[in-house]
Design a protein around this ligand. Sequence first.
Ligand SMILES: NC(=O)c1ccc[n+]([C@@H]2O[C@H](COP(=O)([O-])OP(=O)(O)OC[C@H]3O[C@@H](n4cnc5c(N)ncnc54)[C@H](OP(=O)(O)O)[C@@H]3O)[C@@H](O)[C@H]2O)c1
Length: 322
Amino acid sequence: MTKVICIHETGGPEVLSWEDRNLENPTEGQVRIKHTAIGLNMIDCYQRSGLYPIDLPMILGSEATGVVQEIGPGVKNLSTGQRVTYSGRGAYSEERNIDAKELIALPNGIEDQTAAAMMLKGMTVHMLMTKCYAVKAGDTILVHAAAGGVGSIMCQWANSIGATVIGTVGTDEKIKLAESNGCKHVINYSKAKFSSEVRALTNGKGVSVVYDSVGLSTYKESLSSLENFGVLVTFGNASGPIPGIAPLELMQLGSLSVSRPTLMNYTSVPELREKASSDLFSLVLQGKIKIEVGQTFPLSKTADAHTAIENRKTTGSTVLIP
Ligand SMILES: NC(=O)c1ccc[n+]([C@@H]2O[C@H](COP(=O)([O-])OP(=O)(O)OC[C@H]3O[C@@H](n4cnc5c(N)ncnc54)[C@H](OP(=O)(O)O)[C@@H]3O)[C@@H](O)[C@H]2O)c1
């Protein structure tokens, strides 16, 4: 028997239900793992609310760390007691069976909570900064929600490459964290028109790329913050999904491009997933990226964690403790 957080209908945080589940023996290609830490992600909220369609009932959760308890038939590359991590569905549980192919061995030197806080988010940053727009030294880039989970990792990563990072945050209290993440300039976009500030900071030129996870409330100004031939990477809907953007508008605003990626397409290619996780581990082990776990919640109180992230009350990553 194990405990899970499941939803039977979409809606607010109140639909998250703490339930018992029987756990069968792992089948062909599977292992049973006991979670030690589970990452919270905005995607969990989109699935819970119905913005991203899923089959119901569903155990939510998108990244976690655990210890292998039992090996199913045909699994050769893992052993009991081994620490593993993953980015994938069904993580809101104390224990679970999972395809061994989904798991990544966790190197010594990376704590369980750190890994749970960074796998989905860090691999997303890898995709955003290599596949969607290849950030290079000398670029000036704009990162929204720079004190959030993905934002904190992205700002540090871009800074380590030699890019100049302009970050946005929703409160003055988050400015210090964004600065410590490597932002050279931080704009409180609740107070200021950020596109004007970006123009002023770049001598009128604009930035090469905007990484916009906020969506509806920011995308228009994000487009107005770009230099000619700049790229808007829209990868989230924290304030709501954006409506369509007309190609002619992109021409008029300076021959712009728009990218709308999802990590699922990236990590479905095993070589990309391997490269993303090994680059992430390497930067974390070298101390070039520090993973900020801003708050933890018991897994049984996942609804409180959803309420906090949706009300912009979290900083860095949030971890659920089984
Ligand atoms: N496309 C992909 O494959 C992919 C993968 C992973 C994550 N993502 C996206 O990346 C973003 C960040 O994810 P995360 O889990 O690390 O979350 P997060 O950044 O820790 O939290 C979301 C942040 O968005 C900002 N925000 C602005 N307006 C908001 C609003 N109306 N409601 C709620 N938040 C608002 C808040 O920061 P301020 O208060 O500072 O504004 C908030 O802290 C999400 O949009 C997520 O969907 C996309």
